[in-house]
Write a protein of this length. Structure first.
Lengths: 191, 239, 191
C-alpha cells in the first residue's frame, strides 16, 4: 500500500473515533502494510497536511485526534449551548410526563410525586414553552397550575392530548375482558 | 406459544402466491386459478409434513382461492350487463397481489440502501457513562416505555390467561423481584423482564412496579447505544 | 463574516457533533451572520469541497454529517471490530417499506397489504426506533398510526422521505376495466 492510501485510511479512522488513536493500535490495524515507524511518519505528514485545513490533527495523550481549531472555540461553545438545549434531560422528561398525565397540577403536587425539588426543571420547561400555566388552584397560597402546551404536542408528535398512550388504557383494554378487575390495578398509578 | 410460520422464504400467503406466479411465469392479470390453487394447497401439505405451524392467514387464503375457483367454474352469465355486475372474481386478489408486489420491490430498494449505508461510518457517540449525570441524555422516554409495554401486552395476548387477582401478584412483590434481579445481574433488559411471564395481570403488575421504581429513582432506564434494547439499571451502583 | 470563515466554522461544528446537523440549528448558531439560504449554499459548497478529500460530508436525515468513504469500510471495520448487529429481516423490511410509503398507517392497514400478522415486526421496529407512533386514527378503536422516524432516514442514508426509491404505481384499470363484485372474495371464508 502506498503512503497516500495509508493516510486516507487513517483519516477515516480518526473521523470515527472520539478518543486519541495511538500508534500501537494503528500498527495492529496495518499489520501487513506499515510498521510503527512508517505510521509515525504518516501521522506527522497528516498533521502537517491539516495545517492548511479548518480542523486539526493533534498529538494528544499518547495518540492522535481530530479536533477543532482554537480560533473557532467561541462558535463551538455557542453551538454546544444550543445543541444541549435541544434535548430534554431525564429530569425534564420525568416532570413533563407527570404534567402530561396529571394536568392541571401544581409544583407541590409534582414534587410530591417525584420527591425532589423541581423549580429549575419547571423554569426550563416554561422557557422552552413545553408547558404553560393554566391558572391558580383555589387552595391556600393559590399555587400555579401547570399543563402541557401545543408545542409539547409538536415535540412528541401528538395530534392531541388524547393521543398520549395512557396507562389506564392499557389496563382497561388488556385486562378488563379477562378478569373484570379494573379498579385493583388502576388505584395508584405512579405517573 | 408464538403462532407463526417460521419459513424464511414465505412471509405470508401473498408472498407464497407471488412466488408461485413468478416461478410459473404466469400473467398476474390472468391467473389460472385452478392451477395456482392446486400448487398452493400442495405447499401447505408440505408445510404440514415438515411439522410447521401453518398460520391462519395461509388457511384463509386457501379458502379464498377455492372460493374463486368455484366461482370461475360457474356457468358464465351470457349478457354483457350481468357480466359487468358480476366482475372477475379474481380482481380483488390481483389488486392485493399487485399492492403486495409493489412494496416487496420497494423493500428490495431499501435493502440496497441498507447494505450501502452499513459500510459508512460516522463519529462515535461519546461514552454515556462519562457524561455528567445532570447532562445525561436519555434515549428512553416514558412514551418509549409505554409503547414497549403495549407490545409486551400484545405478545402475551396469545397466552392462556389465568384467573388471578392483583392481590396475589402485588406490585410491591414485583418491585422486589426486579430489584432482586438487578442485584444479581447489574442490568436487565426490558423484554427479559416479561419474557417468562404467562399472564396479563403479572405483566401489568410488573410494569407498574417498574414505573414505581423509576418514580422512586431507584432504577433508571436507558439505551446505551442507538438500536440497543431498553435496559434497566439500578440508579445507584453499590460497591 | 465571509463565506470562507462560515465554512470553516461549520467544519468545526460537523466535527464535534455525532448527529446530523440540520439547517435550523445552524441558522440558530449563525443568527446574525447567515440566513438559512446562505447556510444551505455553504453546506453545498462544503459537500463539493469534500469530494476531493478522503472523508465526506453527506446530506442525511434532514441534516449534514461527516462520514467515512465507502471504499475504506473494510479498514474501518477492521479497526473498530464494529458489529452493526444483524441486518433487518425480510419481514421487517417489508413492513418498513409499507410504512415509509403509506404513512401515517395503522397496523390493520399494514396487515391488509401484507396478509399476515405484524405485531412482532412492529415491536422490533419500534424498539430499534426506525418507526414511531404518529397519533391515533379517528376511527372506531382509535388505532395507533405509524410513521418512519429520523433514525429510519439515518439508517438508510436518506436525505429526506422524498429520497425514497420510487415505486411503480399501478392503476385500477390495469387490473380490470370492469367494476367487479368484491363480495366474491372475503377474508373470512370458512374452509
Amino acid at each position: 500500500m502506498d503512503i497516500k492510501k495509508g493516510k486516507a485510511i487513517v483519516e477515516n479512522l480518526l473521523l470515527i473515533t472520539d478518543r486519541p488513536l495511538n500508534l500501537d493500535r494503528l500498527t495492529e490495524v496495518f499489520r501487513e502494510e506499515f510498521d510503527k515507524a512508517a505510521l509515525k511518519r504518516i501521522m506527522e505528514e497528516l498533521i502537517s497536511d491539516y495545517m492548511e485545513r479548518n480542523i486539526r490533527v493533534v498529538e494528544i495523550a499518547g495518540g492522535y485526534q481530530l479536533c477543532t481549531r482554537y480560533e473557532y472555540s467561541e462558535w463551538v461553545k455557542r453551538f454546544h449551548k444550543i445543541d444541549r438545549g435541544s434535548m430534554l434531560s431525564k429530569a425534564a422528561l420525568d416532570v413533563l410526563s407527570i404534567i402530561a398525565y396529571k394536568q392541571p397540577i401544581t409544583k407541590a403536587e409534582i414534587e410530591d410525586i417525584r420527591g425532589v425539588d423541581t423549580s429549575g426543571v419547571l423554569k426550563t420547561l416554561l422557557e422552552r414553552s413545553l408547558i404553560r400555566i393554566l391558572g391558580r388552584k383555589k387552595v391556600i397560597g393559590r399555587p400555579m397550575m401547570y399543563g402541557t402546551s401545543r408545542k409539547f404536542m409538536e415535540y412528541f408528535g401528538l395530534k392531541s392530548l388524547s393521543d398520549l398512550p395512557t396507562i389506564e388504557e392499557f389496563t382497561e383494554e388488556d385486562i378488563s375482558d379477562k378478569t373484570g378487575d379494573k379498579g385493583g390495578i388502576q388505584t395508584s398509578l405512579p405517573l | 406459544m408464538d403462532y407463526k410460520v417460521k419459513l424464511d422464504i414465505f412471509e405470508g400467503p401473498l408472498d407464497l402466491l407471488l412466488h408461485l406466479i413468478k416461478e410459473q411465469k404466469i400473467d398476474i392479470y390472468d391467473i389460472p386459478i385452478a392451477l395456482i390453487t392446486g400448487q398452493y394447497v400442495e405447499y401447505l401439505e408440505m408445510m404440514k409434513t415438515l411439522n410447521l405451524d401453518i398460520a391462519g392467514e395461509f388457511l384463509v387464503m386457501a379458502a379464498t382461492l377455492t372460493h374463486i375457483k368455484s366461482k370461475m367454474l360457474l356457468p358464465s352469465q351470457e349478457t354483457e350487463d350481468e357480466e359487468t355486475e358480476e366482475g372477475d372474481p379474481r380482481e380483488e386478489l390481483v389488486r392485493r397481489l399487485l399492492e403486495h408486489k409493489k412494496y416487496r420491490e420497494a423493500a428490495l430498494g431499501l435493502r440496497e440502501k441498507e447494505s450501502y449505508q452499513r459500510e459508512i461510518f460516522t463519529r462515535e457517540k461519546g461514552d454515556i457513562s462519562s457524561v455528567d449525570d445532570e447532562d445525561l441524555l436519555v434515549d428512553v422516554t416514558v412514551f418509549d416505555l409505554l409503547n414497549a409495554f403495549k407490545m409486551v401486552m400484545k405478545d402475551i395476548s396469545y397466552k392462556v390467561p389465568y384467573e388471578i387477582s392483583i392481590d396475589e401478584m402485588s406490585v410491591s412483590e414485583k418491585q422486589n423481584y426486579i430489584m432482586d434481579r438487578l442485584n444479581e445481574f447489574h442490568t436487565i433488559t426490558f423484554d427479559s423482564l416479561f419474557a417468562v411471564m404467562t399472564h396479563r395481570i403479572e405483566v401489568v403488575a410488573t410494569f407498574l412496579a417498574l414505573l414505581e421504581l423509576i418514580r422512586l429513582r431507584v432504577i433508571r432506564i436507558q439505551q446505551l447505544k442507538r438500536f440497543a434494547a431498553i435496559r434497566i439499571f439500578k440508579a445507584v451502583e453499590d460497591g
